[in-house]
Design a protein around this ligand. Structure first.
Ligand code: SF4
Ligand code: SF4
Length: 259
């Protein structure tokens, strides 16, 4: 009699250039996944790693060095599903924002000296280079969202990931609004939900670490913060610090001209 049991899905957890925050979140929650998968590669956490194709690759980090790009292209070729995890992988995060302010070679020289031979490139998110099937942002990712995404992809379903603004979660938590009541520069209106409005729930302003929400009104956000007395330089630095794409700021030009 032939067995009809489906093979156990294989996964890989891979890191490019990043702080490894996503890898830690995945590691902390791995016991919930282990009954349903076989981990073929997770070099951050295990020494017995195998090459070859997998059903799902979860990839953290941005493409910031040529070997990141080579690794990413191999990962894509070996994965049925490629899931970008964390702000670095989805938006490019703080390193992408830094690369927009000065050249990577200037930064390299300042940190490692002018004669450094380390190969670097401007930091970019994964979707600039390969097809990405699912993007799960966060800095770091939310464990509940990660497990929900993993459960969907394991069943070959595209997961639902909210891109509503943080304000929605903030209101569900019945928080007082720190933007209105304390004049803090809260970016909740233009930032994607997923963290449970962590910062406003503690009385602090959201600084946008989840990346932009759907259809973020950057110009309206900048106008509000400018009217509250924040300088346009500070506002733009804050709005761009987690790698939001430049096209979201196109409508800001007239505002910039005024400042
Ligand atoms: S505190 Fe921030 S996230 Fe909460 S409602 Fe106000 S602007 Fe939105
Ligand atoms: S409230 Fe904003 S800055 Fe704080 S964790 Fe959530 S997305 Fe990040």
């Amino acid at each position: 009699m032939t067995s009809t049991a489906k093979p156990v899905p294989t996964i890989a957890i891979e890191g490019l250039t990043g702080c490894a925050g996503e890898l830690l979140v995945i590691l902390e929650n791995m016991e919930k996944l282990i009954p349903f998968v076989r981990i073929k590669r997770f070099s951050f956490a295990q020494s017995d790693n195998q090459s070859g194709p997998v059903d799902i690759s979860f990839v953290e980090g941005s493409v910031s060095q040529p070997h990141d790009l080579e690794k990413l292209i191999k990962i894509r070729a070996n994965s049925r599903w490629l899931v970008a995890v964390g702000n670095c992988a989805v938006w490019g995060c703080v390193q992408k924002a830094a690369c927009a302010r000065c050249s990577v070679n200037e930064m390299l020289g300042a940190v490692y000296g002018a004669d450094s031979e380390i190969a670097v490139m401007p930091a970019t998110p994964l979707h600039d280079h390969v097809k990405v099937d699912v993007e799960l942002s966060g800095c770091p990712i939310n464990p509940t969202q990660f497990l929900a995404v993993a459960a969907s992809v394991l069943k070959d379903h595209l997961p639902y990931i909210t891109h509503k603004p943080v304000c929605l979660e903030c209101k569900l938590n019945e928080n007082p609004c720190v933007l209105i009541e304390k004049n803090l520069p809260c970016l909740g209106p233009v930032t994607a939900a997923g963290c449970g409005a962590l910062c406003p729930s503690a009385g602090a302003a959201c600084y946008g670490c989840w990346g932009p929400c759907e259809s973020p009104q950057m110009d309206a956000m900048a106008t509000i913060l400018s009217e509250k007395g924040y300088s346009m330089d500070d506002v733009l630095m804050r709005l761009k610090s987690f790698g939001a794409p430049t096209h979201l700021f196109e409508r800001l030009d007239p505002l910039l001209a005024k400042n």
